[in-house]
Design a protein around this ligand. Structure first.
Ligand SMILES: Nc1ncnc2c1ncn2[C@@H]1O[C@H](COP(=O)(O)OP(=O)(O)O)[C@@H](O)[C@H]1O
Ligand SMILES: [Mg+2]
Length: 285
């Protein structure tokens, strides 16, 4: 039995058919969809403004929409259309991915460092570099927000719900957002922060999660996280050894002091990360 609301009926009239739910947030639901207009599977993020608090409706949602309208990159989810209906519902029509990075890691336990984790991470870095070059920041980088295509190889960053414009240092942010497990010490401590360096920290957490299948910092006691983050990252015992350059990259990204963390442009130049592409070139002996 379909329980389509007024808004969903409008969507049907426009030729869209909504299917199963792919993911759910506090004020939105992402559902599979099809349409005569676009080839291939679609995903529609249904946002219900009536269920959301004023901060979300007047601050975060308008930022998310204006960022989505402004960007286009092969590693960022492609949005085709925004549909507004008068009952407060908003539909964001986008390309559908087949899974997200969290689901993939949970399915496989962890990813082989080379090539899978490195390939996916390089693509996420490329998306974040694109954003930072345009003075946009994501502020909610985490495995759930990295979508993957059916072959599991193409990564697409999504969820710009905490995105904003920022030039980075000395243009500081004071909205302490994102998920604790991916949050940098300065964000957890409530210190005005450089959001670009916050993204770099979260990238470090994403890489660690991919190659170990574990979280680097347990977030069940948030107040003690900064102290543990200061000691540096540990690896679970019994884990097969990781390549030193990979561990060294994680350590750089997870530097306690934001000023010591590299910018994403520098990260993109990391020789281990670029190894996959460089190795394809013939060696000149
Ligand atoms: N285009 C898409 N294709 C496939 N799954 C998606 C897509 N967009 C979102 N999802 C799934 O829905 C979840 C929630 O979407 P997201 O945009 O992150 O919303 P929220 O703001 O509620 O976190 C994602 O973590 C992912 O599992
Ligand atoms: Mg999300």
């Amino acid at each position: 039995m379909s329980k389509s609301s007024g808004g969903d009926r409008w969507l049907n009239e426009l030729g869209y058919k909504l299917g199963q739910t792919l993911g759910e947030g506090s004020y939105s639901k992402v559902r599979v969809a099809t349409s005569a207009k676009y080839k291939g599977p679609l995903a529609i993020k249904v946002v219900d403004r009536r269920r959301a608090p004023p901060d979300f409706v007047h601050k975060f949602l308008p930022r998310e929409l204006s960022i989505l309208r402004a960007i286009r990159h092969p590693n960022i989810v492609r949005v085709f259309e925004f549909i507004e209906v008068c009952n407060g519902k908003l539909y964001i029509v986008m390309e559908a991915a087949s899974t997200d990075l969290l689901q993939l890691v949970q399915q496989l336990g962890k990813l082989p460092c080379i090539p899978e984790a490195r390939d996916i991470f390089l693509q996420v870095v490329s998306a974040v570099r694109y954003l930072h070059d345009r003075n946009l920041v994501h502020r909610d980088l985490k495995c759930e927000n990295v979508l993957l295509t059916a072959d599991g190889r193409r990564a697409k960053l999504t969820d710009f719900g905490f995105g904003r414009e920022s030039r980075g240092y000395p243009d500081l942010s004071t909205t302490y957002c994102g998920s604790a497990a991916y949050a940098s010490p300065e964000v957890l401590l409530g210190i005005p922060y450089d959001p670009k360096k916050y993204d770099v920290w979260s990238l470090g957490v994403v890489l660690y999660v991919m190659v170990t299948g574990c979280m680097p910092f347990d977030d069940s006691h948030i107040h003690s996280m900064p102290r543990r983050q200061k000691k540096g990252v540990f690896y679970p015992e019994g884990l097969p050894p990781l390549p030193e350059p990979c561990k060294s990259l994680i350590a750089q990204l997870l530097q306690f002091s934001p000023a010591s963390r590299p910018g994403v442009g520098q990260v993109a130049k990391n020789s281990w990360l670029k190894g996959g592409t460089l190795n394809k070139e013939p060696s000149s002996k």
